[in-house]
Design a binder for this molecule. Structure first.
Ligand code: GRF
Length: 202
């Protein structure tokens, strides 16, 4: 069975969607650990409530050493690292050790509204300001860039004229909660083939 680590920095609603999918037997994997890069996140609470092992590697204390610590916690213990709203940048040693074994969820249709500094509500504010008619979310492999890795799956939502960043965020989040467990399941079933940037679902 696929073993995963889930990394969070915030409310952990995406973590919850993974937990719920496992409990509903729609997703076959085990969450070996949840790691947060800050104290007091609700994501860590959600994990504790389910008896999942948790680690807090406070960014303020660990700084650039955070990746090294993540690597020593996860190496040979998990098959896949899932970034579910994790805000720290990972270094190349970790990314190389887990090549094509780290995925991230981003709340826009990459390559729009992504890259350094684009996270949280800002992504949706930019989408509204730009006047796009559609937005969505993307699950991609993590490489050395920010939001630049090969795209595994995307979901689209409409953007309405009276939308605010908040209403758009809610609509996108609903899709995130379906697409992330779905992609993990595809990986668990060995159905995601990677050839450079080209991803094939078999
Ligand atoms: C999500 O919108 C995700 O796409 C982004 O950060 C947010 C995390 O939300 N990377 P949550 O902590 O899972 O509720």
């Amino acid at each position: 069975m696929l073993k995963i680590a889930v990394l969070v920095s915030g409310s952990g609603s995406n973590l919850q969607s993974i937990i719920d999918s496992i409990e509903a037997e729609k997703l076959k994997c085990t969450i070996e650990m949840v790691i947060s890069d800050r104290e007091g996140t609700f994501g860590i609470e959600r994990a504790k409530q389910k008896g999942i092992k948790t680690y807090v590697l406070d960014k303020k204390i660990y700084g650039r050493e955070i990746s090294k610590n993540i690597l020593s916690l996860t190496e040979n213990k998990v098959d896949l690292i899932v970034l579910a709203g994790f805000l720290s940048i990972l270094d190349s040693e970790l990314i190389t050790s887990f090549k094509n074994k780290i995925i991230n969820i981003h709340p826009s249709l990459i390559p729009s509204f992504c890259g350094p500094g684009m996270y949280g509500i800002k992504v949706h504010e930019k989408a509204i300001d730009y006047g796009v008619r559609f937005s969505g979310c993307t699950v991609h492999f993590v490489d050395e860039g920010t939001d630049t890795g090969a795209i595994i799956s995307q979901r689209i939502v409409p953007v309405y004229q009276d939308d605010t960043a908040d209403t758009l965020q809610k609509r996108v989040l609903k899709e995130e909660h379906e697409i992330l467990p779905e992609v993990i399941n595809l990986i668990a079933e060995g159905r995601v083939k990677v050839e450079e940037r080209k991803i094939t679902i078999v």
